[in-house]
Ligand binder design. Structure first.
Ligand SMILES: NC(=O)CC[C@H](N)C(=O)O
Length: 226
């Protein structure tokens, strides 16, 4: 299979994402500039972390107007797997592909540290190699990672199993400690922690490997979502 890692002006985790996917899967990975309009040649799409457009206005608020985002939307609607990591998650919420918003951490600090997450849903194509209730170590690095949404939306996310990960401890003030959410169909995942920074023992954790491996498996087996 072939992956696309989208590069926006200000992305800074694109090379790490490519390296992590390569390590986890051995698949072909292509960096795709944000002005590209056609993502049909790719089987899975990753929006990496970083500071697209310098985080001006709000994180992700400008990147969502990039030409590539129409293609991301089209491929998501076609059922392709789309993974947004950190700034990628922020862009997906700004684009309306995921519910809610990411706002300034409640302590107003940029936090770059290892985080413990709880796997809340192990039935998605992104999380099938984890076990529900398992605790995994995946680092965070964000200033605007506090997930918020209306209570009704939060209730629906919980009811429908669309909360993929929560933080084991409160790191940023996120509602219900939410670290990652799925779209209704289950083929788009956004999360603030960085799985691409947890793919080798020297990084302090290899727990991120299974996310990329799960995506690979789902695509190779012909994932059916929705
Ligand atoms: N690592 C990242 O992707 C950071 C996201 C964003 N720039 C923030 O600070 O919240």
């Amino acid at each position: 299979m072939r992956w696309a890692v989208i590069v926006f002006p200000g992305s800074n985790c694109d090379d790490d994402a490519v390296a992590a996917i390569t390590r986890a899967t051995g698949d072909e990975v292509v960096k795709v500039w944000h002005q590209e309009r056609d993502l049909r040649p790719y089987d899975a799409i990753v929006l990496p972390g970083g500071f697209s457009y310098g985080d001006y206005l709000r994180c992700g608020a400008i990147a969502r107007f990039s030409p590539v985002m129409a293609a991301v939307r089209a491929e998501a609607e076609a059922g392709k797997l789309v993974l947004g990591i950190c700034n990628g998650f922020q862009i997906l919420t700004e684009a309306g592909l995921l519910p809610g918003a990411l706002v300034r951490n409640h302590h107003l600090q940029f936090r770059c540290e290892m985080a413990e997450l709880v796997v809340e849903n192990d039935r998605s194509p992104f999380t099938s190699l984890y076990r529900r209730g398992e605790r995994v170590r995946i680092p965070i690095a964000h200033g605007e990672g506090r997930y918020i949404a209306d209570e009704a939306v939060l209730d629906e996310l919980a009811r429908a199993g669309r909360i993929a990960f929560t933080y084991a401890a409160d790191v940023n003030g996120s509602a219900r400690r939410i670290a990652g959410v799925l779209n209704e169909r289950g083929n788009v995942l956004g999360l603030m922690p960085h799985p691409e920074r947890a793919v080798a023992a020297w990084m302090g954790s290899e727990d991120g490997l299974r996310m990329f491996a799960a995506i690979h498996r789902a695509v190779e087996e012909g994932v059916h979502v929705g």
